[in-house]
Design a protein around this ligand. Structure first.
Ligand code: GDG
Length: 493
């Protein structure tokens, strides 16, 4: 088994990472189960003179950032340009002079610090939007290893992406990878549309994209959770009870992509049109703070607190507060108990790469008496979790109706939906995600050698759709060597 060099923006020790949730849990899983090194930012900001060297603790390598790097690369380009644009929020993107250069500069510095640790037979797995240029910088230093990139957030429609002034530079950066993995088939479709229409890439007969003289594979690998972890933990925990009250749970970092104002409004609308449920139901919203020094995050916090206050003021009673809003992180173990004792999870982002909370909620339920998942059609998880109640989070009236449907759902239907959802979550778990990505990355290690490559179904279908759209041609037949199985979680669309 080749050693995997994991690279991600934030790196922490494995015990802390396993408690953190999201991307950190996924990377800690890879680091624990494979020969690996994990490299990235320590989370510290230090004066430039002290920020230049690597700190090694076992298999974890960390680097601090200087204040200028933190400002321009992390808060600036990554979180005020790429995060909003990739979530289709051009209106909050801040294109500021110098931030792109700082973004490239940090990637260049990280590449130079990482390169001496890379052995010839390692594979390098780079994570997320902070590090798109890492491969091109490693290639410049002579690194020939297989390098894969995984994007945890969505890829936007191509017309949105070309609004980034430096989009063609980012496309060149993507072309330096051997494999680009995305969360969903919709993201694969968006990225291929962009590579073809935005920077004139060609989809080759074997399904890869020829771009700036390189061949790139694009495929979807929906991220999963360690479902047994949640199922086991949920069985052991004491339930968090609310004096006979039925709870609707929301757990989202306080981010403008998570649709929190729309969620509060939908709950307010539900109380308005269903007075019989007043005093019977609470919405508990856990919304830990995040990136508070980016302006758009302060705005969303103010908006949410005003809205929560006005709904509580309007409907609340001396003995009943309709919305419990908690602006702090809950301990991970307690989260499982809260999930299990909630009748509904309201997971309604306006845009989300995957949304692991949806999967964690389902995995924490008692299969004999499970709660109901209400899921936004704009969360990546919707491609797999088709047995949830699917809503358009912008439509607060319809969402309010669906809350009532969920509260009144029969036990038989709740069990059937939970069984179907659990089957998908258990099949596409964290181990499957990691195995399928790394298998695809090491396949065809004769770089640019089509004879060693099995074309993923997703690429073949994307080609068919593109050729139909462009020429009105009938779909192509699969090639002979495509009969081999594609990675289990690589989807077609
Ligand atoms: C990015 C993409 C993609 C949340 N609040 C608390 C807490 N959490 C944990 C959850 C979950 C994680 O954080 C959040 O994961 P999400 O998937 O919902 O969202 P992002 O953080 O935005 O992550 C996303 C993900 O990457 C993975 O690829 O799904 O689309 O945006 O694990 O449990 N954990 C604790 N207390 C909290 O209050 N302990």
């Amino acid at each position: 088994m080749s050693r995997v060099i994991l690279v991600s923006n934030r790196v922490m020790d494995l015990r802390r990472a396993a408690q953190a949730g999201g991307v950190a849990v996924a990377l800690a899983h890879v680091a624990r189960t494979r020969p690996s090194l994990w490299f990235g930012w320590s989370g510290e900001v230090k004066p430039a003179a002290e920020a230049g060297s690597v700190n090694q603790a076992g298999r974890v390598l960390t680097v601090p950032l200087s204040p200028e790097e933190h400002e321009g690369y992390y808060l600036g380009y990554a979180n005020s340009v790429l995060w909003p644009v990739f979530h289709n929020r051009l209106d909050v993107a801040q294109f500021e002079a110098g931030h792109f250069e700082r973004y490239i500069g940090v990637n260049r510095r990280l590449a130079a610090l990482l390169q001496p640790f890379i052995r010839p037979d390692d594979v390098v797995w780079v994570h997320d939007y902070h590090l798109i240029p890492l491969a091109v910088e490693l290639r410049r230093l002579g690194v020939l290893n297989r390098i894969g990139f995984y994007l945890h957030i969505p890829f936007p429609p191509w017309q949105t992406f070309v609004a980034i002034p430096e989009h063609a530079h980012l496309a060149r950066c993507l072309a330096a990878y051997d494999l680009v993995g995305l969360q969903t088939m919709a993201d694969v479709s968006n990225l291929i549309d962009y590579l073809v229409n935005g920077v004139f890439g060609n989809v080759t007969p074997d399904g890869r994209v020829r771009l700036f003289d390189r061949l790139l594979t694009v495929a979807s690998f929906p991220i999963g959770i360690d479902s047994t972890d949640f199922t086991r933990a949920a069985r052991d925990v004491a339930l968090v009870q609310g004096r006979g009250m039925r709870r609707i749970i929301g757990v989202d970092r306080l981010d403008y992509t998570k649709g929190l104002p729309q969620k509060f409004k939908a709950f307010g609308q539900f109380l308005e049109t269903n007075p019989q449920y007043r005093r019977q139901v609470v919405l508990t919203q856990i919304a830990p703070p995040t990136r508070e020094n980016v302006g758009a995050y302060a705005d969303i916090r103010r908006q949410l607190e005003t809205l929560g206050g006005s709904i509580n003021g309007r409907f609340g009673e001396l003995d009943w507060v309709p919305i419990h809003y908690i602006h702090r992180a809950a301990p991970r173990r307690r989260l499982t108990a809260i999930y299990r004792s909630s009748s509904i999870a309201l997971v309604t982002p306006l845009r989300d790469g995957m949304n692991l909370v949806a999967k964690e909620y389902v995995a924490s339920q008692d299969p004999e008496d499970p709660g109901v998942l209400i899921l936004s059609r704009f969360a990546g998880a919707v491609e797999e979790l088709v047995d949830a109640l699917i809503v358009n989070p912008y439509d607060i009236y319809a969402t309010a109706e669906v809350i009532r449907t969920a509260l009144e759902m029969s036990l038989d239907e709740r069990r059937a939906r939970n069984r179907a959802l659990m089957a998908v979550i258990a099949r596409n778990d964290l181990a499957a995600w990691c195995d399928s990505f790394l298998r695809a990355l090491s396949r065809g290690s004769g770089e640019n050698d089509p004879t060693t490559w099995t074309q993923p179904e997703s690429i073949r279908r994307a080609m068919d759709r593109l050729s139909q759209a462009v020429r009105g041609a009938p779909p192509q037949k699969p090639h002979g060597h495509e009969a081999k199985a594609a990675p289990t979680s690589t989807h077609s669309y």
